[in-house]
Design a protein around this ligand. Sequence first.
Ligand code: COA
Length: 139
Amino acid sequence: MSAADDAYEISADHARLDLDVIHGFLVEAYWSKGISRETVAQAIRHSLCFGVYLGKQQVGYARVVTDHATMAHLCDVFVLPEHRGKGLARRLVEYLLADKRLTNIRRWQLSTADMHKFYSSFGFGPPPDPNALMVRRRS
Ligand SMILES: CC(C)(COP(=O)(O)OP(=O)(O)OC[C@H]1O[C@@H](n2cnc3c(N)ncnc32)[C@H](O)[C@@H]1OP(=O)(O)O)[C@@H](O)C(=O)NCCC(=O)NCCS
């Protein structure tokens, strides 16, 4: 990590989250295209959210849906394009996995189109019971 990369800060403080930045990214993301601002705000209110900041500017984000005990679902992970390739996503995931509210989680889950190698370095892998996993989507 260079000294310039060290200027980035990660925080779990919801008061610092920038809804314009988060919604601005998620409304175009492949997994949430067209999502409304109110849906993003509602999801933030009921999740543990983590931001990456350069000064006051939010440049990255991750959200964890959890009961704080048995399960956690990691989602909405992004780093804005001009800040990628500096190890920020790695720092962000390391940070949230070490959060004291989440250290005893029994089962973490996530979905990804192309970041399997990255997440496998944190211990994520294919579900041991793929036939048991079911998904219900609103049509
Ligand atoms: C994916 C994303 C969060 C990575 O952010 P980043 O800060 O550039 O990532 P890092 O610099 O910490 O790199 C982490 C690792 O992921 C790899 N990686 C980065 N982008 C990747 C991609 N699109 N596909 C596969 N691997 C990728 C890097 O090579 C790096 O590997 P290494 O640690 O073995 O060297 C960022 O590119 C992004 O926001 N993409 C669009 C949203 C997205 O796809 N989010 C992930 C949803 S699961």
